[in-house]
Design a protein around this ligand. Sequence first.
Ligand code: UT7
Length: 307
Amino acid sequence: MYSKIIGTGGYLPNKILTNKDLESIVDTTDDWIVERTGIKQRHISEPSETTSSMATKASIEAIKNAKINNSDIDLIIVATTTPDMVFPSTACIVQNNLNIKAPAFDVQAACTGFIYAMSIADNFIKTGSCKNILIIGAEKYSNLLDWSDRSTCVLFGDGAGALILSANSEEGIISTHIHADGQYNNLLDVKDDHIRMKGNEVFKVAVNTLSKLVDETLEKNNMKKNDIDWLVPHQANLRIIKAAAKKLSMSLDQVVVTVDDHANTSAASIPLAFDQAVRDGRIKNDQVVLLEAFGSGFTWGSVLLRY
Ligand code: UT7
């Protein structure tokens, strides 16, 4: 039995904060942000919007696109580092919003959270425990930002993406790979409710680690670089994305890039990018897609799948 994606959904807040807007908040420039990160703007939620409300909106769309009913879902997993509250989990709040009677829990692996959630869901399906799993990546990073710290506040945005993973006899997820190394925990963390990052050091480890992850994923499946049709990377920095594409000898035309519009939405970035490329017809049935992410912890991981 395979796990196959049968529907996707995404939600981005309407309010847009451009780099130009940020120039009046901190000592930065549009040129610096674009050149160093590829980010042009980010979406920022209203005070009344929560991680769970954004997650719910993305889920409603994913369930509709999957052409199933809420009652068909037998597990809900939310990947987030910005839960509405410590408990109940954001997944339980979404479960109640959608009136679904199924187990629900959150996964916290920072920017790699969605990859961890997909890996967990894939195993629930392979063991025959579940048939339709709602997996969500949702974040309200605007709450975690120190709006006087130019080295972090320009990098992140809010949003939510969701997909339905379903038991299927056709090939879907080919393999999942998840990793962690806690020795780097002080390079990227949240202290006193704000993100602190030694960006330059994180950057170097991220590029090296993602390069090894590509090798690991291809070797495990006896696949070659040109077997992959699409790369859907975590959207932290266009320079990191370009390095991963180069490693795969891929042109940027085969890479789904949303960092210019969304900035870094942490656990939401991969499902949002995936949903966008499915909806606009870039990712087609039967194509091979590599998802990969790197984040605080450090955590990193990949999912190789046939869509
Ligand atoms: O998603 C989870 C994982 N996170 C990542 O993968 C992020 C990895 N890191 C990065 O993406 C990059 O390191 C950053 C985008 C965060 C920073 O880019 P960088 O090229 O590594 O710049 P830097 O930190 O080395 O800073 C270079 C200069 C510094 O000035 P000096 O010391 O050279 O005078 C900074 O103070 O840029 C300065 N700077 C800024 N200037 C204008 C830092 N932030 C800004 C800013 N506007 N917003």
